[in-house]
Design a protein around this ligand. Sequence first.
Ligand code: PMP
Length: 283
Amino acid sequence: MSRIAYVNGQYVSHRMAGVHIEDRGYQFADGVYEVIAVRDGELVDLDPHFDRLDRSLDALEIAQPMTRGALGVVIDQTVRRNRVRDGIVYLQVTRGVAPRSHPFPPDPESALVITARAMAPPSAAIIEHGVRVVTMADIRWGRCDIKSIALLPNILAKQNAVESDAYEAWLIDENGIVTEGSSSNAWIVNADGALMTRDLSKSILGGITRSAVLDACAEDGIEVLQNGFSLAQALNAREAMVTSTTSFVVPVVDIDGSQVGDGRPGPVFQRLRALYMAHLNPR
Ligand code: PMP
């Protein structure tokens, strides 16, 4: 549990923390966020997260709440005050408080909230046995590359997964192509043994974990086809997996009740997982 939250310039008790009812994040989902992993007390891939935050803010013309240096200090303080060694930082920037009206307010002052809490990595059972995913139509908007706090379709998809006893929901576009998970990027090893994940576009969020795994693959000489793959290809795949800040790399062994490969986490997953764990624990 987060004990101390940073809210617009102050560190306050998490229990008492709140924002104004006319914060545009609350009223319009007019804001963006980042989730950053904390591993052994260190922030993982902080610069790529800052870069993506900048891109999201720029796309929505929301002003930076503070300089990158200052933001780093506040994030660090929030992690320390909550004594998080392994967990996550949640950071949200909204267009701030203004009387409710759709257009951007004339002099917006960005609002910033940061929380930090301990979180266990995926369990040994998940890594050993893999997880199930279910699929759903991707009903999201046309700018899924922006890490917007407007997550209603993602929430509905994840709830559907939970109710189906699945770990994640994979979202399928109108052409039958898997875009990504409700809160993760999707990967397969196709029937020919090629590792695939969807290319970057406005249809997916460019995951920081996806990017770190791609870099590790490049360094390790593993070829990755950044082509969209269809649900039909996924159902015929040898292996499947998801990547995210909180999941790291998790093997998928069942899609919509259909077994993936031999139903066990495969060798490519094992390799990617090892590479990503080495990235998380460089020492
Ligand atoms: N896609 C979506 C829709 C997500 O919400 C997330 C996680 N926030 C990801 C992909 C994975 O991104 P990351 O690796 O940066 O956590």
